[in-house]
Design a protein around this ligand. Structure first.
Ligand SMILES: C[S@@+](CC[C@H](N)C(=O)[O-])C[C@H]1O[C@@H](n2cnc3c(N)ncnc32)[C@H](O)[C@@H]1O
Length: 294
C-alpha cells in the first residue's frame, strides 16, 4: 500500500515499470552475488586453501578469503536494496509525489485549465484529473510531452476513469503551444532537469534551456495561477529564475531523500554500481510558486 493509501499493485499494473531491464539486471546480479556469498560460507576452508596456493601465508589467506566473502555478501545486500528502491522510485514514488503535488494547490474548484509539462505515462496528469473529477469540476488538464505518448497516456487515463478530463498534446516544453495566461495550474514532475541534456550535464547552455522551460511555464500561467514543480536537481537555480520572473509566494519543500534510478549500469559491475549508487540517493524537492496577481 502506498503512502497515499492506494494499492501499489494496481498502480504498477496501470503504469508499468519504466526501464524494467535495469531492475532485472540488478536482481540477476543480486542473486548471483548471494549465491557466491553462500559458496564462500560453505566452502570457506577450500577457498582459504586456494588463496594459500597463491603463495599467501595462512593468516593472510584466511583474511583474503574472509574479506572477499564479506565484500560479495555486502554487494548482494546493496544490489537487493538498489533493486527494491528502483522498484519503488519507478512508479510508487511518482504516485506518492503526484498526490503531494496535487495537494499543494489549495483550491481546485476554481481551476478550469491545468497543464502537466513532460507528462510521460501520465501519473501526475491522471492525479490532477482525478482531483478535478473529485471536485465535480468542469476543469480539464492537458498533458504535454515531446514523445508520442498520447495513446498510452490516454489509455492510463481511461483505466483511471478520467479520460474525459484529459487531453494530450505533443510538443516541446521550450516552446509551449499555448497562448499567454492560459492555465490556472501548471505542474511538472521529474522533467525540467532533463531539458538541455544534449548540451552536457552542467553546462551554461543546458541551464539556459531549463530556464527557457521555466519562462514558458510562467508565460502560460494566468495571473494568480499556481505552478508546482518536482525535480531532483537544480532547484535553487529554478527558485532564482522564478524570482527574476517575479513569481510570488515561492516555496520549496523540505528535502525528500529518495533513490532515483540512473539509466544504464555498465560493467564492471561492482565498482560502477557502488559509484553510481552513491549518486542515486538524491534529494528531491517540490517547488511551488504563484504567478503575481496583476
Ligand atoms: C522522466 S519523464 C517524467 C514523466 C512524468 N512527468 C512522470 O513523472 O512520470 C520525462 C518526460 O519528459 C519528456 N520530455 C523530455 N524533453 C522534453 C521536451 N523538451 N518537451 C516536452 N517533453 C519532453 C520525455 O519524453 C519524458 O516523457
Amino acid at each position: 500500500m502506498g503512502k497515499s493509501g492506494r494499492d501499489w499493485t494496481q498502480i504498477y499494473a496501470i503504469y508499468g515499470m519504466e526501464e524494467g531491464q535495469t531492475l532485472v539486471f540488478l536482481l540477476i546480479h543480486a542473486i548471483f552475488f548471494s549465491f557466491l556469498s553462500i559458496l564462500f560460507l560453505l566452502y570457506f576452508n577450500p577457498i582459504c586453501y586456494f588463496f594459500g596456493s597463491l603463495a599467501l601465508p595462512a593468516g593472510a589467506a584466511r583474511f583474503a578469503a574472509g574479506f572477499t566473502g564479506s565484500v560479495t555478501a555486502i554487494s548482494a545486500v546493496c544490489l537487493f536494496f538498489a533493486a527494491g528502491n528502483m522498484f519503488y522510485s519507478s512508479v510508487g514514488l511518482h504516485w506518492d509525489m503526484a498526490q503531494r503535488m496535487v495537494s499543494a494547490v489549495n483550491d481546485w474548484s476554481t481551476v478550469k485549465y491545468a497543464l502537466d509539462v513532460g507528462c510521460g505515462r501520465g501519473i501526475l496528469l491522471n492525479a490532477v484529473a482525478m482531483q478535478l473529477k473529485k471536485e465535480g469540476s468542469s476543469g480539464r488538464v492537458v498533458g504535454l510531452d515531446r514523445r508520442k505518448t498520447t495513446v498510452s497516456t490516454l489509455r492510463t487515463a481511461g483505466i483511471e476513469g478520467v479520460q474525459e478530463y484529459v487531453t494530450c498534446r505533443e510538443g516541446d516544453a521550450r516552446r509551449l503551444p499555448f497562448s499567454d495566461n492560459y492555465f490556472d495550474v501548471v505542474v511538472s514532475a521529474v522533467f525540467v532537469h532533463r531539458v538541455g541534456k544534449e548540451f552536457g550535464q552542467r553546462t551554461a547552455a543546458a541551464a539556459a534551456e531549463r530556464m527557457r522551460v521555466l519562462g514558458e511555464v510562467v508565460r502560460v500561467l494566468k495571473p494568480g495561477g499556481v505552478g508546482v514543480v518536482w525535480d531532483l536537481v537544480h532547484v535553487p537555480e529554478y527558485v532564482q529564475r522564478l524570482q527574476e520572473l517575479r513569481m510570488e509566494d515561492i516555496r520549496v519543500s523540505e528535502r525528500v531523500t529518495a533513490f532515483m534510478k540512473v539509466l544504464i549500469l555498465v560493467w564492471p559491475l561492482e565498482f560502477e554500481l557502488m559509484k553510481r549508487y552513491m549518486r542515486l540517493i538524491q534529494n528531491i524537492f517540490l517547488a511551488k510558486f504563484r504567478m503575481m496577481m496583476l
